[in-house]
Design a protein around this ligand. Sequence first.
Ligand code: NG1
Ligand code: ZN
Length: 569
Amino acid sequence: MESMMAEQHSLLLNSARLFPLPHGMIFSYGTAGFRADGSKLLSTVFRAGVLAALRSLRTGSTVGLMITASHNPIGDNGIKIADPDGGMMTQDWEPSAEALANAPDPQSFVELVFSFAKEEGISLGGERSAEILLGRDTRPTGEALLQAAKQGIEAIVGSVALDMGVVTTPQLHWMVRRKNMGVRTSENDYFMQLSESFRCLMNLCPKGIETNGSIDSRLIVDGANGVGGDKLEQLKKLLLGLNIQVRNSSKHGQGILNEGVGADYVQKGRVSPCCFGPKDIGLRCASFDGDADRLVYFRISEANSNSIDLVDGDKILSLFALFMKEQLQILNKSDSQGLNDVLISRVGVVQTAYANGASTDYLKKLGLEVAVTPTGVKYLHKKAAEYDIGFYFEANGHGTILFSEDFLIKLQGKSNDLAFSNAGSESHKAALRLLAVSKLINQAVGDALSGLLLVEAVLQYMGWSLQNWIELYDDLPSRQLKVKVADRSAVITTNAETQVLQPYGLQEAIDFETGKYHRGRCFVRPSGTEDIIRVYAEASSQEAADSLARSVSHHVDRFLGFKTPHHLT
Ligand code: NG1
Ligand code: ZN
């Protein structure tokens, strides 16, 4: 036993020596793992590999490691750990992740690993084995970082790294979840599950609508010059009833990842991505981010082909909520006449403070419970998992619909009963639709590919054009700005990030500015992925929202800015 421990100790120490900590950097496990300039992340990724192996040992299950910086510039990269259920790593481990990432030298890193393992009851030295699925996006630093992650994993005796190749973030999370369910996990299985559940939903569209020709089957998708466009090219070969054209896919394009393209660019700037223009006026367009976990829709404006009509995550959420609520109503209608037991479900929606106020009003009018959490999927997902059907979406287009296991068992049972007693009835079809949605929409994280297919199937079901969807409610005008500051950690917030506690006096200034505008709402928070403070403002006109965001940005700059001229973007 002792010699095994000694072997483990020296393996870890020798490996850690190959990945020295870059000078003067502090790594924090932010909104979505560690992020930094890709060339500075070798030690962090190596150490995250070690941590992932510990997580796998601790849980006795497969975990995931995804190398991506999502919508951030191509030079950035990042790493995050997926837990056995496919969700984000438990927040309890984040402080240890940070301590390990920042241990000043190999010796202290190794000591920390041993003491953390002891605290967590993990026995090191090879009694159990760990398994980690590795994935990366298309960034040029991805391959070197992947090797560092492998070395980190292999520095824990008995650990195995399985390289899933270049995948979208949601694919990797999906694979981890499936692996632990003991079912097939290949990329082909992923494509099959999506295409089959999509086909099932399309086949369940009311007859007549399917063929009335009012819906344009053409859809143009901006792949952000990243992995999502490439995967959609593969998936679309399995889809019937959709005419998808992919632009800005990393395989064809000359373009740079996330530069002038992608869901973040489109949603934050309200502009069309590169390679979209007047020729596309009137067409239904969608945009993914660099690792394809975000999805927004848009249309090139008729009045000005540089501007767009945006359909953001809030409106995707609202469309899904409307559809699902209708299915539950259909399902329970026959039951209320005493034919079957009513399927009781707790349905809830989770948003962040960035959700457009008009979307929240709409969802409440639908009779849904709406909860608000801090920014970041880890918070939203956890809250949504409390419901039988939990919807969560960030305005930026990251989101999904979660079904509780319990509810799915009841739903399947009910569908089986109906197949026997009332096959082909509306309530039977509603049950089948709900089951198909649970297979189509990614249960691990938000997924642009599966979200896109669900949007398309729901529009088809409703017989809706993009215009009908846009008219679901009118967005309140809003504006987001970024302010570069000397130290973003100086801003401390509370109340799901809607109020500033520190620096003292800043909240008062925000309240003062907000009070000047009709329907004004404004908050600021430090980004967890970039070195900036984000400012969000909403008001009854675009000019008012812009002006509120600008004046609050100046206050942020006054309280926290550099002494040199400030940068507001
Ligand atoms: P930060 O940079 O912490 O605001 C951004 C997004 C989050 C989430 C993460 C993960 C906004 C305002 N924030 O976080 O919603 O998607 O990136 O990539 O869009
Ligand atoms: Zn992303």
